[in-house]
Every structure is written in structure tokens, then in C-alpha cells.
Design a protein around this ligand. Structure first.
Ligand SMILES: Nc1nc2c(c(=O)[nH]1)N[C@H]1C(S)=C(S)[C@@H](COP(=O)(O)O)O[C@H]1N2
Ligand SMILES: [Mo]
Length: 409
């Protein structure tokens, strides 16, 4: 939480020591400092924000930034209550759905055109896909020297079922000019300063990404209205890129003849050094490149880190793997800190940009402490490093292998 009081620090420490009792299980790993599960918050205001699961972790409440823990992400389709929230500004209030409109304009749009939500739903064919959204800063907490910003651990990722119309179909209906290079979004959230002339964030996607089948203007998530925190009533979804391009509460799209220049579009936002740098380097903005595709990554979602087994008991692990490229081709695990790797069973993706499920049955050679590490490889041959790769000033793109602690006693 932001500026935690001493009192809260004290409460946190004492409650954490009884975490094992609370969860009804022994734990090997304690939670890192500054990591406050909703269940342990003594100041639940409001009760459980946005109806989130009580083990979701609040990293900031001004604006709201809430992450999952690995074991909460076990479902193939992430339910709303276990989906991370990342906000740059203040969530819009009193949304009048029947009056909501989407306007397409910009230098490279053939016309300015406004649609009501009903028109969009009636006029264009609807499509549903399972789509991963991962914050570009997921994993930031592992970089050293540390980077400012929300200290996401592993839980700023989700894969929900999104339903909407294709952005491509709408752009074709409006008509875009040959010199169009980028689509910029504008959402209805308010800047933290409450200055109505400032946008909290206004990013976007290159035209090639806008034209993909899976790039949606979504109005439903998991077969219901999109929850307010996640962009109700209309949201751009462009999976495979950092989730910051998937604008929430969208009312306007600009068809640009240049790279969009909205808030948090230019480096250092969502950008990394174009050439690798040594940790701690100050990098000039002109030497930073905007992130496009997200890297290959995976998460062990069962069991929860800290599980304790009996001797000779086999362990079934499972989780998900995903990539900003096409798909995952190989999934492996190690119980000897990467000395040897064994393959996992891997399921195909239900559609491009959906995460893929893996599982394995593990035999431990003797009693003791183990770490199970998981490593995904995608169709382009990219795989995950065991350490946080490519230090960068803003702490983006940490796709290091996930690991869990296991005790065989
Ligand atoms: N309008 C608007 N869209 C936004 C944001 C925002 O603050 N305002 N945050 C972005 C970022 S940085 C991320 S990671 C995702 C988070 O989506 P979620 O909160 O639905 O998980 O939304 C993106 N879209
Ligand atoms: Mo993000």
C-alpha cells in the first residue's frame, strides 16, 4: 500500500506470522515485505474492493492496482474476482451505457464517425476468444537495482474470455487512408490530478496489430458485462502486446498518420533500452524502444508454493504458458535448479494469444527441500531465462522462470 503507517507495518508483521494458521496449512515461504493480501488487511476500505477474491493483493489504492498470486490463477479462464487491476487514473463513475458512444477520427480516417454501443453490437459480427492480458511491468519486483512503479510479483496477468467485434471491421466501415500507421485510444477515466484536460493514459497499436482477428472492441468478459474496473462498457483488447495497449472505457479511437503520441506512449513509458545496458544505467529516451510483443512466459498455478509432501508421495503440478508470438511449443520443469529439465504435457491453445495448460507428475528422489522451476519455449524458439533478463530503467518484461518451494518430509 502507499505510505503504509507504522501501525499497519506492525499489524502486517504480527498477522503474517500467523498466516499458516489462517490458511490452515504450513508454509515454507513467507510473503515478501510490503505484500498485503486482502484477507489480512486490517483496514478493509471498502470491504473487498471490486468484489475481488480476498487473497488478491493490493499494491496501491490511489490509483487502484491489485494483483493475483500464482495459485489464484489456476483456472483455464480467469474469473473476474481473480483478475489483476491496473489503473493509471481514476475509474469513471456513473456510466450511462445507453448513451455510450465510440467515435473514430484522426488524420488518417476517411471520416469522423460515431456509433452507439447498440449499433456496434448489431452491425458487426461478434467473436469470442480467450486472451491473455499481461502488464508490461509484471515481475518488476525482481529487478535489481529496483525500478519505481507498482512492485508486481507474478500476478499481473490474466486470461479471460473476451467477446466483442473486430476492430478491423469497424475501421473498414469508417474507411482508413493508406498512410494510416497507428490507432490511438481515449478512455473515460480521470487523471489523478482530476484535471479534465489531462489523460491518465492514451496508448495504442500499430495498424498491423489492429487488423488481427483477435484484436477486439470488447463489451463482454466471461459471458457477462465487463466489470467496471476492467473497462465497462467498451474496451480495446490487443493481446500479445503489453496490456497497457488494451484501453479501458473507450469512447474515441484516433487513426493516426504517425505513431500515436498520447499520454504514456513515448519512452521511457513502456519502453526498454534498444541495446542491452548494465543494471542501473541512465538511458536517454532516444535510446529506448517501445515494447511491442510480450515475451514467452509461464506460471505454476498448482500447488501453491510451500506445499508439504509425505515421502514417496508424487506431486502433480500444473499451470499455464503464453507468448506474444504464436504459441508455446515446449514446456519443461526442473527440480535441481536447472541442472536437468524434464518435459511437461502441454495442451494446444484454444485460439492464438490464449494461454496453454501444462502438467507433470513429479517423483522426488529423497526427503528434503526442493524448488520446482518451470520453463516455456515458444514456436520461434524463444525460452525463459532462470534470472530476470535485460535490466531496464522502468522494470519491464521480466519473464524469468517461475518457481515454487516444496518440502518432502
Ligand atoms: N483507460 C485506461 N485503460 C487502461 C489503463 C488505464 O489506466 N486506463 N491501464 C492499462 C494497463 S497499464 C494495463 S496493464 C491494463 C490492465 O487491465 P485490467 O485492469 O483490466 O487488468 O489496462 C490498460 N488499459
Ligand atoms: Mo500495465
Amino acid at each position: 500500500m502507499k505510505n503504509p503507517s507504522n501501525r499497519r507495518h506492525f499489524i502486517k508483521r504480527t498477522t503474517l506470522s500467523s498466516l499458516g494458521a489462517l490458511l490452515g496449512a504450513e508454509i515454507v515461504y513467507a510473503l515478501p515485505e510490503g505484500y498485503l493480501p486482502l484477507a489480512l488487511s486490517q483496514e478493509k476500505d471498502p470491504a473487498t474492493p471490486f468484489g475481488k477474491h480476498e487473497e488478491m493483493v493490493v499494491l496501491n489504492d490511489q490509483p487502484w492496482n491489485v494483483e493475483a498470486q500464482a495459485h489464484l490463477l489456476d483456472d483455464v479462464v480467469t474469473p473476474a474476482d481473480k483478475m489483476f487491476i491496473r489503473n493509471n487514473g481514476i475509474i469513471p463513475e456513473n456510466i450511462a451505457v445507453d448513451k455510450w458512444t465510440l467515435t473514430i477520427k484522426g488524420e488518417s480516417s476517411r471520416q469522423e464517425k460515431t456509433y452507439s454501443l447498440e449499433e456496434l453490437k448489431a452491425k458487426f459480427s461478434q467473436h469470442s476468444y480467450h486472451l491473455v492480458l499481461e502488464c508490461g511491468g509484471n515481475g518488476r519486483s525482481e529487478f535489481y537495482p529496483p525500478a519505481d512503479g507498482n512492485q508486481w510479483t507474478v500476478g499481473a496477468v490474466s486470461c479471460a474470455k473476451w467477446t466483442g467485434i473486430r476492430l478491423r471491421d469497424v475501421l473498414q466501415d469508417v474507411g482508413i487512408q493508406d498512410n494510416a500507421v497507428y490507432i490511438g485510444y481515449y478512455g473515460a477515466d480521470t487523471h489523478l490530478s482530476r484535471d479534465p484536460n489531462k489523460n491518465p493514459i492514451s496508448r495504442g497499436i500499430p495498424i498491423s496489430k489492429a487488423m488481427e482477428d483477435q484484436t477486439l472492441l470488447a463489451f463482454a468478459m466471461n459471458d457477462r458485462d465487463i466489470p467496471i474496473a476492467h473497462g465497462h462498457p467498451l474496451r480495446l483488447i490487443a493481446s500479445g502486446f503489453p496490456a497497457s495497449v488494451s484501453g479501458k472505457w473507450i469512447h474515441t479511437l484516433a487513426v493516426r498518420d504517425r505513431v500515436h503520441d498520447g499520454e504514456k506512449m513515448a519512452p521511457p513509458s513502456y519502453a526498454v533500452p534498444c541495446e542491452p545496458v548494465e543494471p542501473g544505467t541512465n538511458v536517454a529516451n532516444e535510446n529506448m524502444c517501445t515494447i511491442d510483443k510480450m515475451p514467452v512466459k509461464s506460471l505454476i498455478t498448482y500447488p501453491k508454493s510451500g506445499a508439504i509432501l509425505r515421502e514417496n508421495q508424487k506431486l502433480n503440478i500444473r499451470g499455464h504458458a503464453w507468448t506474444g508470438s504464436q504459441n508455446i511449443s515446449k514446456m519443461a520443469y526442473s527440480i535441481d535448479f536447472g541442472a536437468t529439465w524434464q518435459s511437461c504435457n502441454l495442451r494446444p491453445a484454444v485460439n492464438p494469444y490464449a494461454w496453454q495448460q501444462f502438467e507433470a507428475e513429479i517423483d522426488f528422489p529423497q526427503k528434503g527441500y526442493y524448488e520446482v522451476w518451470a520453463k516455456a519455449t515458444d514456436n520461434e524458439g524463444n525460452s525463459q531465462p532462470m534470472l530476470p533478463p535485460g535490466w531496464n530503467p522502468k522494470g519491464y518484461l521480466n519473464n524469468a522462470c517461475h518457481r515454487i518451494a516444496i518440502k518432502v518430509s
